[in-house]
Design a protein around this ligand. Structure first.
Ligand SMILES: [Zn+2]
Length: 104
C-alpha cells in the first residue's frame, strides 16, 4: 500500500472519529441550551417574586393559600391544616407540599 493511500485512510479514519465527536458535542450543546432556557425562566420568575409577594392574598374564602406557590409559580394553592403536637397550627400545601407552622 502506498504512502498516499495510507495517509488517505488515516484522514478518513480521523474524519469518522470527528463525526462521532460532533454528534456528542451537538448533544451537549442542546443540553446546555435547554439548561439556559430553564435558568432564564428561573431568573425571570425570581425577578418578579417581590412584586408577587406584595400582591399575595393569604386567604380565599375560608381557606388559607400557600405563599410559596404564589411567589414561585403565581399559583393559588390551598393550605390544609394537619395535626399538630405543639401549640402551633401546621398547614400543608396540597400542591407543593410545603408545611408552615404558624402561631394561632
Ligand atoms: Zn404550595
Amino acid at each position: 500500500m502506498s504512502i498516499e493511500v495510507q495517509l488517505k485512510q488515516l484522514a478518513l479514519a480521523m474524519a469518522t472519529d470527528t463525526a462521532m465527536r460532533l454528534n456528542v458535542l451537538r448533544s451537549q450543546l442542546q443540553d446546555i441550551e435547554r439548561q439556559k432556557l430553564e435558568l432564564q425562566k428561573k431568573i425571570e420568575t425570581a425577578s418578579q417574586s417581590s412584586k408577587r409577594a406584595e400582591e399575595f392574598r393569604p386567604k380565599s374564602g375560608i381557606d388559607y393559600l400557600c405563599p410559596r406557590c404564589w411567589v414561585q409559580h403565581c399559583r393559588n394553592s390551598l393550605l390544609r391544616p394537619i395535626p399538630s403536637t405543639t401549640r402551633q397550627d401546621i398547614f400543608r400545601c396540597g400542591s407543593c407540599g410545603a408545611e408552615f407552622s404558624l402561631d394561632p
